[in-house]
Design a protein around this ligand. Structure first.
Ligand SMILES: Nc1ncnc2c1ncn2[C@@H]1O[C@H](COP(=O)(O)OP(=O)(O)O)[C@@H](O)[C@H]1O
Ligand SMILES: [Mg+2]
Length: 312
């Protein structure tokens, strides 16, 4: 049985600039110094990780001695041809799978000794997943899909509704709340999936080929959304085999046959994401998308600030 998550409370002492949708994963009782240390800790540290799949007589070395550090606030692309180990790496980063050998730390915590309940808890609080095929629950409305992770987090129905609706509005999907996945275009389904990924306010977004099933227009929309999520301070790891998509990240890591063969940084961790540079020079910002009014702010405060403008 799934262990209920710790109840979350909203502080009324002082209105934070961005009210989190679900309180960030900070264990209770941590003093200011410990909290400072936690903030400085890299979000992801992979030490000499290998993953081997055994298929009868055959052994597949999906990852071979991968070591990797990803700092908080980075926007990282992971590239490589089909079968190079990208999804295996993402599954490990997202605590959906465990390495055969090596160690993985997230925010300074070694996850290898956590049990399944703790891993589920960590995933729910810290990580938002986005997949190529959207993975929405069929015959279920957009808003019910987005509410799902909040149900796991133990929020009451009214609060779930409010937050899910705000997240969908922030994705420009306010006019599609009650549509089912089959009634939405691919780009719209992916926006619902992004709303579902961010409704718990995760600090880490993991996206596995999120634009793989999208046309170029929807691809641009989704990349712009990732840009805004990153600009808000979230760490984004974006798996893709498309060079154009990887070109919208700040650092590209290339895998081949389960090994890192290239690690190239084009922008600093705290630089604005490339997609926003291009957008700023090409267009005027739609209201609410620039500066501090980000995705989480719009969704959390219910301010209706859209990351992308709603399309009819
Ligand atoms: N569950 C599994 N069982 C057996 N082999 C797997 C499994 N998952 C992945 N593999 C193998 O591991 C290798 C890497 O796969 P994957 O990480 O999915 O690559 P990519 O996402 O880069 O296409 C491939 O050879 C694949 O066939
Ligand atoms: Mg894959």
């Amino acid at each position: 049985m799934r262990r209920p998550l710790r109840p979350r409370t909203t502080s009324h002492a002082r209105a934070p600039r961005r009210r989190p949708l679900v309180e960030r994963a900070v264990s209770g009782g941590a003093g200011a110094r410990r909290e400072g240390a936690r903030r400085r800790a890299p979000v992801i540290q992979v030490h000499d990780v290998s993953k081997t799949f055994e298929l009868g007589q055959i052994r597949v070395h999906a990852l071979r001695n991968v070591s990797l550090r990803i700092d908080t606030g980075d926007l990282v692309g992971i590239m490589g041809s089909s079968g190079s180990g990208k999804s295996t790496l993402m599954n490990i980063l997202g605590c959906l799978d465990i390495p055969t050998s090596g160690r993985y730390e997230i925010d300074g915590v070694d996850v290898s000794h956590m049990d399944e309940d703790d891993l589920a808890d960590l995933r729910n609080r810290k990580i938002g997943f986005i997949f190529q095929s959207f993975n929405l629950v069929p015959r279920t409305s957009a808003i019910d899909n987005v509410e799902l992770p909040l149900a796991y987090a133990g929020l009451n129905r009214a609060e779930r509704r409010r937050r899910a609706e705000a997240a969908l509005r922030a994705m420009g999907m306010g006019n599609r709340l009650h549509h089912q996945p089959s009634e939405l275009s691919g780009g719209q389904q992916q926006r619902v999936a992004v709303a579902r990924a961010i409704v718990t306010n995760p600090s880490l977004i993991l996206a596995d080929e999120p634009t793989g099933n999208l046309d170029s227009h929807s691809t641009e929309d989704v990349l712009r959304i990732f840009g805004h999520l990153n600009e808000e301070g979230r760490t984004v790891v974006l798996i893709t085999h498309e060079p154009d998509v990887a070109g919208q990240t700040k650092r590209v890591i290339r895998l081949s046959d389960g090994e890192i063969v290239e690690d190239r940084r084009s922008l600093g961790v705290h630089d604005p994401p490339p997609v926003l540079h291009a957008q700023k020079s090409a267009h005027r910002h739609p209201a609410g998308t620039g500066g501090s009014a980000g995705v989480g702010a719009g969704a959390g405060a219910g301010a209706g600030a859209g990351v992308v403008e709603a399309k009819s």
